[in-house]
Design a protein around this ligand. Sequence first.
Ligand code: UCC
Ligand code: FAD
Length: 553
Amino acid sequence: MARFFQSPPELMHPWSDDAVMQAWLRSRVPEHCRQRWEAGLESLGHRAREEMPPLAESAERCPPVHISFDPWGRRVDEIRVSDAWTRLEGIAAEEGIVATAYERLDGAWSRVHQFLRLYLYHPSSAIASCPMAMTDGAARVIERHGDEALRERVLPHLLSRDPVSFWTAGQWMTERSGGSDVSRSETVAVARGEDYRLYGDKWFTSATTSRVAMTLARVQEGAVADERLSLFFVELRDEDGALRNIRINRLKDKLGTRALPTAELTLEGVPARLIGERGRGVPAISSILNITRLYNACCAAGYMGRGLMLALDYARKREAFGRPLIDQPLHRETLADLTMEHAAAFELVFECARLLGRQECDEADETEAACLRLLTPVAKLYTGKQAVAVCSEVLECFGGAGYVEDTGLPVLLRDAQVLSIWEGTTNVLSLDLLRALSKEKAWDLLLESLKVRIAALNDESACALGAALEALAGLPSQLQAQGEECLQANARHLAFRLAAVVCGILLLETGEGLTGEAATRRRILAHRWIRLKVRLTVEPSPAGEAASILGLD
Ligand code: UCC
Ligand code: FAD
């Protein structure tokens, strides 16, 4: 009797077989942009399927190492990364993962184009997407606050498409005293000529092989340090490649993101340049944060899509109780839930990317600017949390195989777990939503724009969205009336409810921009979302709903 072997899951084409991305493009993106982007996205999807996964696997197998001393006892503090990691960063440069946003070939739509590229690149990148996020953030800060020297000498390297001249940037905010509460930072900056010297410790610094970094410190004159933090630009190495008064204490031993070097540093008089206004470091660095948080959300959606693609393929191949998993009604429901989460995450991310592009090109009006500010923390916190849940469920869809390292599946869950921690935890971002909605008119502008969008929907579920929005509208002031403690205690609840309503609107809107079968499928998916996430009912799923969402009808 022939022995039984299980066929493994195969990755479909990350570009042409991603129904969620295809639907969104067809519904939302102007025809002329789509036509210009298609060949490039197809070819990046091909690289993400064929060329990058073996590199990512190799980078994971050969994590970075810290060489403290050379053989003769000299302190060198070298971080050695694998060739595969270097190649993955090089591919990011070639594919314009950062540059696309700044070349602005498609005006405000360039951000959307760039995020589509990131979405394809990230799941095969062993998280080389992390240095790209910080490089993008640094480019934005230099564009907004940098002097001429930084704009002329550094910016072209951050935006280069040539792997040899491409520089990545780090973002050093976290200290032992606090990562959420950076106001407890102890690093000081002492004036030296026109520039400064930094002294202190940085507790988490990722992509420490970067050429440059943005960091926070308190300017100190004599024994007196400023109350408020300032933002500084650092070039890590001198012309010979030696670190400029930076000691690498050790690399972190992490649950995931293993190919990514994350180090603890001591700054022993590091030359640094003040960026922006002294004492306004937090608002200045927040233009980095608001970009890296959207990268985080985009990568979360990317992981969901990747896991789902593999789980769907496997469900067609694996049999249990006499039929393929895909034909088991309960497994279908599970896959339909994952598809729904993925589609919602995608919508939220790309709505923010669209708004960011408009803001950067000075096309966003007051309402759009308010929506972007409020939805950025919501997109980061919601997708970061859901990526962990989705990746966990994806592993379960493979049974025991999902827990076995050499299937390549566990890395998905390990890496997804970081998405809700770095760049601001779920709670800290829920509080950032409160910070944003406390700004004059911001909440009212968001509510009004959502109301208008609900009124424009041509769907019977619109009234459920309207009712949910109505219930949310007064919540911040009701909570505030019970005191600041009550408001904070409920911030996460508020953020998740807002995410549910916004995603419901976006899912229906995208469906209304489609025709034929794609429109029907999308409407069914949106109705499922509204039933389970907005109305929170326990009604049974209608017959055939999951099959339709999965394209099996
Ligand atoms: O984790 C890190 C890197 C990881 C790798 C990157 C990967 C990227 C994705 C790749 C995916 C694969 S870097 C470390 C990240 N750390 C954080 O995110 C810190 C989290 N903590 C916070 O966000 C806190 O809320 C703080 C630090 C912002 C709180 O600081 P303060 O000083 O207490 O904040 P204030 O006093 O409330 O705000 C100071 C000013 C205000 O403006 P003004 O003074 O004009 O009223 C705020 O409105 O800063 C403004 N502000 C903002 N503005 C604060 N946050 C923002 C914001 N997000 N946007 C605009
Ligand atoms: P804390 O701030 O101590 O938080 C602990 C817990 O308390 C969290 O659950 C948090 O949600 C909660 N909490 C805190 N304040 C409140 C509040 N007011 N209300 C409710 N709950 C609250 N940082 C960098 O600067 N640069 C990097 O490159 C970098 N890379 C990283 C790479 C990895 C792999 C990881 C895991 C972290 C990295 N970080 C980096 C650090 C990261 O940004 C911080 O760990 C994160 O911001 C949380 O800070 P903390 O660790 O000090 O936790």
